[in-house]
Design a binder for this molecule. Structure first.
Ligand code: DGL
Length: 267
């Protein structure tokens, strides 16, 4: 039994979609979340910058005595995971691309899948590689949808602007005949209704968050690290604009939370 919290981070509010699933899957665990709201978006930045920001965040989470870290960000998972594992060899780190790829394999019936994500995630080819490694006959069509991130950060998740943006981005994927679309950015589930209306009911929407939560649960269970007490506590930190973050956090998690602002550059 290990009562220390689980650290979770993202560039902003997107990782809250993972926190939600972690709370559902592991109701007795404490979590510490960091959203890098001062430096979002990560998706348009270089691998070096994304790795540097992520190292600072993991150092901050370690200072909060976390027992494991979930990279609740596809951009970091697909660009910097190996570097972070090397830098923090004694800290268990769970990423989202593997669970996302596995969920996709289970969901597709016609072996045509669409993957959407940030520019950096799509450019890395990480999903395509993971999906093909699991099942080479699956056809993967990818599309970067960078504007979905600021829309989610703004809370514009299903208005006219979001709908038009989705129509423009997703048109070419719809034409591929895909039977599932993977949300390869943790901000995108916040636009799930809008994306769902655009691709139509027959296309399944895959969010890696649930499979990621199961993965951390299995890991903690196997290593006798689950918190079996009843000490549910969730703490949130951001690098900027804590009020706006707290508002989206409260809507996403259906509970009122505050977020504390920290200077991440010092970590
Ligand atoms: N939520 C992130 C992801 O899953 C990052 C989005 C961004 O900052 O561009 O990729």
């Amino acid at each position: 039994m290990d009562k220390r919290p689980i650290g979770i981070f993202d560039s902003g509010v997107g990782g809250l979609t993972v926190v939600k699933e972690v709370i559902r899957e592991l109701p007795f665990e404490e979590t510490v979340y960091f959203g890098d709201t001062a430096r979002v978006p990560y998706g348009s930045k270089s691998k070096e910058t994304v790795t540097k920001f992520s190292s600072q965040i993991i150092r901050f989470l370690k200072s909060k005595n976390v027992k494991a870290v979930i990279i609740a960000c596809n951009t970091v998972s697909s660009n910097s995971f190996e570097e972070l594992r090397e830098e923090f060899p004694n800290l268990p780190i769970i990423e989202v691309v593997g669970p996302g790829a596995e969920s996709c394999i289970k969901a597709t019936k016609n072996n045509i899948v669409g993957v959407i994500g940030t520019e950096a995630t799509i450019k890395s080819g990480a999903y395509e590689k993971r999906i093909k490694a699991l099942d080479p006959k699956i056809k993967v069509y990818s599309k970067a949808c960078p504007l979905f991130v600021p829309l989610a950060e703004e809370g514009w998740t299903n208005n006219e602007v979001a709908k038009q943006t989705a129509n423009i981005y997703l048109k070419e994927l719809i034409e591929t005949g895909m039977d599932c679309i993977l949300l390869g950015c943790t901000h995108y589930p916040l636009l799930k209704a809008c994306i769902g209306e655009t691709v139509g009911k027959e296309v399944k929407i895959i969010d890696p968050a649930a499979a990621t939560a199961k993965k951390i649960k299995d890991f903690l269970d196997k290593n006798n690290m689950l918190n079996k007490g009843n000490t549910e506590k969730h703490t949130f930190y951001v690098s900027d604009n804590n009020k706006k973050f707290a508002d989206i956090c409260s809507v996403t998690l259906k509970h009122s939370y505050n977020a504390e602002k920290v200077n991440i550059e010092n970590c």
